[in-house]
Design a protein around this ligand. Sequence first.
Ligand code: NAP
Length: 243
Amino acid sequence: MSKVVLVTGGSRGIGRATAVLAARRGWSVAVGYAGNAAAAEETVAAVEAAGGRAIALRGDVAVEADVLALFDGAEAALGPLTGVVVNAGIVAPASRLADMDLARLRRMFDVNVLGAYLCAREAARRLTAGGSIVFVSSVAAVLGAANEYVDYAGSKGAVDTLTRGLARELGPAGVRVNAVRPGFIETEIHASGGQPDRAQRLGATTPLGRAGTAEEVADAIVWLLGDGASYTTGALIDIAGGR
Ligand code: NAP
């Protein structure tokens, strides 16, 4: 069955790969983004080239009005949503907790936790039986990211807990809720944290001996969105090379 999927943070990285793979299934994709309009339009073109309908929608997931407009805009352009990928997220430069200021902590939890909750709430209000929500968490939720990102790790712990709770809440309505927990994946998020080579450098230390690709994470996300995962809910799937 054809699907209509909203991907937050769909302009780049894991979100972009998910949008393109979804389009290869013939699904329509709303591409959410924060400010990089050129990247969002490029992703829309890639989705269309892959066979799907697409629209780019700008907004900050930490702002309630933006989230409402994002969901309204997606449904106005593409029809009722059948899937939502809660993917938009940020890191900040590596630091010990003792050195993190309030502005950094507030922004981390605003985007990664409040943003995830606001998007999940809209998804819960709109999805009907057969719908699927996929969160993009991180193995950092389990490992803690000491000396680098304990703020980020805690924000993803909240996403894991939301996944478990919302899966139980929405299961009776026939809406599935799952998360993927990527490890070191080659995207631009590492440059935004001041370490462009981080995934390659640390990926080499994992059991599989390399970083993962955005496409390898997208494969799992698209499976969870699809009808092949019809009996999977409340699952947290590590995609981290055995880390
Ligand atoms: P990325 O390449 O940096 O892309 C981030 C995406 O999120 C972009 O589309 C960006 O939009 C959007 N975004 C950022 N802040 C936003 C906001 N406040 N409101 C709306 N959109 C926002 O990141 P990525 O590596 O693909 O990461 C995607 C998700 O995977 C994140 O939740 C991240 O925590 C998680 N993850 C990544 C890794 C990894 O190694 N890469 C590992 C574990 C988990 P613009 O293009 O407009 O800036």
